[in-house]
Design a protein around this ligand. Structure first.
Ligand SMILES: NC(=O)c1ccc[n+]([C@@H]2O[C@H](COP(=O)([O-])OP(=O)(O)OC[C@H]3O[C@@H](n4cnc5c(N)ncnc54)[C@H](OP(=O)(O)O)[C@@H]3O)[C@@H](O)[C@H]2O)c1
Length: 259
């Protein structure tokens, strides 16, 4: 059953990877979209693609989730335009570097905390009160298995995803008595631009992360997000953990003969 047709979905970080795949999955179900990211040309081509293929309404916004005033202004504009989302997908996020804590780069730490934690907070704080007022809405965070288990040199990235897990639970606890749902979809290894960003443009090194096994594709994660969003209103899927079959926890990865 398609419960998403005609719903409005706001996705942060929709210019690539999991966010873009979520936009495609929701559009295919007839949902209207509010897409944001910093790379505007990527959003423009996605808007063209989705309006053409699915005839849905797609509004795009150049937005850096680290910019608190920018996020607040954007949401204020949505209020004026009467375009508040039914579903918010907090996807924008990144990792920087893979260094032992004592060799870590502080500016990379700040970028991760500002994006993965503070950006998610700004957007959630701006949107959720309107959901509470309407007594309806769904917030879906893209967390990570990095929020379950710390891996070597993951330190601050792990800490940001542990924070997302705590906030997922905290928001759920505080929203009891409302019909606003909060969920987290927490993937293992997904082949996107994620590793290229982590290794600051070193494509060769990024490629090695995905060698010798079949990682998740962004579309696989989008399928799960779509499933979570499509659940009946009385069903609140708190957390979904999704790994590639070749990976069973952050340490157990089978690199052998795969596609
Ligand atoms: N790939 C994985 O293995 C994996 C595993 C678990 C969880 N995740 C999580 O999945 C989410 C999406 O990552 P991905 O794998 O799809 O990586 P990706 O391909 O690098 O996409 C990241 C997206 O986030 C956006 N973004 C980054 N910083 C932003 C900012 N300050 N403001 C607005 N948008 C920003 C990027 O857009 P712009 O650069 O255009 O702004 C891009 O659209 C992240 O939260 C990540 O932590 C990824």
């Amino acid at each position: 059953m398609n419960r998403l047709r005609g719903k409005r979905v706001l996705i942060t970080g929709a210019s690539a990877g999991i966010g873009r795949a979520c936009a495609r999955a929701f559009a295919a179900s007839g949902a209207d979209l509010l897409l944001s990211a910093r790379r505007f040309p990527n959003l423009e081509s996605l808007r063209r693609e989705l309006t053409l293929e699915h005839g849905v309404d797609v509004a795009i916004e150049r937005l850096d989730v680290r910019d608190r005033a920018g996020v607040e202004t954007y949401v204020a504009k949505l209020v004026v335009e009467n375009r508040l989302p039914d579903i918010l997908v907090n996807n924008a996020g990144l990792s920087r570097d893979l260094l032992p804590f004592h060799e870590g780069k502080v500016e990379g730490w700040e970028e991760m905390i500002d994006t993965n934690v503070k950006g998610l907070l700004y957007m959630s704080r701006a949107i959720i009160p309107h959901m509470v007022a309407r007594d309806q809405g769904h917030v879906i965070h893209i967390g990570s298995v990095a929020g379950d288990t710390v891996y070597p040199a993951g330190n601050v990235y792990n800490a940001t995803k542990f924070a997302v897990r705590a906030l997922n639970e905290g928001m759920n606890v505080d929203l009891v008595g409302t019909r606003v749902r909060v969920s987290s979809v927490d993937p293992g290894l997904v082949e996107t631009e994620f590793s290229e960003v982590r290794f600051r443009g070193d494509r060769e090194r990024a490629q090695t992360v995905y060698e010798g096994y079949t990682p998740l594709r962004a579309e696989d994660v989008a399928d799960v997000v779509h499933h979570v969003a499509n659940a009946p209103e009385h069903v609140n899927i708190h957390r979904t953990v999704v790994y590639p079959t070749d990976q069973r926890n952050p340490y157990i990865l089978h690199r052998g003969d795969s596609e």
